[in-house]
Design a protein around this ligand. Sequence first.
Ligand code: BES
Ligand code: MN
Ligand code: ZN
Length: 493
Amino acid sequence: MKITPGFGKISGNPEAIGICLFDDEIRSGKFSAISAATKRAMERIIAASKFSGKPTETIAHLSESASAPVLVLQGMGSRKEFNWLRLRLAAGAVARAARDAGAKSLALVSGDKLTEDLSEEMITRALVDGLILGTWTFDHYKAQKDKRLLRETVIYYGSEERKKAASKMIRHARILAEGQCVARDLTTHPTNEVNTDYLVREAKALSKKGIKTTVLEAAQMKKLGMNLILAVGQASAMPPRLIIMDYKPARARKTVALIGKGVVFDSGGLNIKTLMMDEMKSDMGGAAAVMGAMHTIARLKPGIRVIGVIGTVENAIGPNAYRPSDIYTAYNGKTVEVMNTDAEGRLVLADALAYTIDKYQPNAVIDLATLTGAAKVALGKYADAVFSNSDRMKKAVLAAAELAGERMWPMPLFEEYTKEVEGETAQLRNSVGHRWGGACTAAAFLKEFVGNTSWTHIDIAPTAFPGAPSSIQPKMTATGSGVKTIVEWALNF
Ligand code: BES
Ligand code: MN
Ligand code: ZN
């Protein structure tokens, strides 16, 4: 979608006009962008309906004449309860209603006094994010494809300066949201479509955009000693791979690495899943976030080297499957006893983390993974869990999440968790035999593979799939969470 800033009266005859209003603006709002005729039409619609400006209320009023625009009225509730997330949901609802009414162009307007609590920058981020995510659809497997497309939106600002200042941020926010949509697509497609080969192809396609992709095949991984990834993947008909996407601008002085769990399907292995196995096409949500981030990095071209790494495998079942009690030696030389084949994500990440740190010596590393059901139990569908071995880095990641509008929550890495992942027979064990603090013991396991490098682990199992349905999230689809946070973090590193 093309998104541009506007100022003054709405011009260019958009096919839809979307007006976001607080409940106190129903009678006495000031809307400088709309004409007197539109204002009257709005008042007529409000008078004829029960519209009271609640955040969930959207009215799309088809005009009587073909030449007049569709009017979309969107409630934003009371000013007191207003926040960034509500603004984004409002923008999403307007875009969706305009699109569903068949409009190809939209003018997006709010009252002259939006709020003093949100900065201009955050307002633009919310609107753009809402517009892009709100019109994202996933209908690849439906007989009825949605051909309606909202092609362009003009966001009307209250002053010429505000309009001028918005331009850059609109582009920035649009590219971030489009990166998130890359992750949504990858994660929502089922495994018979998006498998390890598909992720390899997707990564290689980035070479046209200035990113150098290297793929380590199983044989090379064997030579290098990545036995944990190989163990997880050994029952699958599709070979495991380590995908490395290297964005390396000239004169880059710093390097960061983004590492994603790319389990294309998690059956649980011999410890076969009894719950929610059908959701496990999404177990590559971390990899999808890294892929979306690399797409975004390739477009925003920061001056820092960014290495995206994906360990991709299928956790399958069969005569070659790895077993509970097997012991494998990781890339960093530590031995790991497999207590539960369903705790496979930490095994994949362990080798990917140790190898990336050893080979590229990044200044800091973030990994993203749909790692534990326990994180989802702790936080529900509404925030991801953040662990780090550096308080400074944790703060930076949480600040990036705030900018990106992604909910992330700090979690502890007490040394007691580390004690729990010590093995009986081997140095480490991949599962501790009880459920308490499952997200924390998983993070403590990963910590054993990062040495002294600044590292943050984001368990995105809570939010990745399926997203809580809303005006910016269709039912049973992936959220693409994580992309915007890690890109913002890398840009500000
Ligand atoms: N991929 C799952 C975690 C998961 C569960 C993500 C539900 C999203 C929704 C992971 O590989 C897993 O199975 N974790 C186990 C770990 C346990 C065996 C120690 C879990 O969370 O139960
Ligand atoms: Mn598992
Ligand atoms: Zn898993």
